[in-house]
Write a protein of this length. Sequence first.
Length: 239
Amino acid sequence: MTVPLEFREVALGGGRRRSTWGGRRAAADDSYGALNLTVERHETVVAIGDESSGVDGLGALALGLERGPGGAVCVFGTVIATLERRAQLAFRRQVGYLPAGDGLLQNLTLRENIQLPMRFGSDFQSGDIEGRTRVILAQLRIDPVAGVRPAQANEEERRRAALGRALALDPELVILEEPFVGLTERAGAELLEVARGGELPEGGRRTLFITGQDLPMILRSRVERTVRIARGARGVVAL
């Protein structure tokens, strides 16, 4: 069975330089090793590293938003970066994505931000969209602020809404960039459980790949694997 996410000999550089669609490749840095990492179905895997490690660019590489200087990142066996732009957009609908910060559109309410993937990336009917939205708002406990715009919400409410948008199409794989920054440990634990989507004998119902500079101690028992990417390491060092 095809694994959800696999990094094959991906050259690591120092820090993110987000390119435009199909844009320039990031420069390689010889002080970093090549990343080889497989994320199996139902796993929650966390990759951590400092600002210079390049860990903050792994999500963009997986989604084809950047093209690395070497190696390949396969999502369900496909290298998204090699697809034509229209095919890239279609393929990305299989993956939930929470970018660093939140990436919410400021001219839309939190409810409308959550609905975006369903309105423009699915064949859901209006009633289905409203029903799915109500479920997400209840799960994330943001129904009271669903009608406000991001600037009127606090950081935790925005992060909850951004996660709701990432989960809108109930993807099998979810990529989360720094999802716990600025949150209390309790809030972080709650969002992690929502993202996992429930438990199966094999692990979480969804496969999660999380990147960031650190993982709160309270969450370490709730993930299957944590890997650290450090300057000068030849590849990754498991914690």
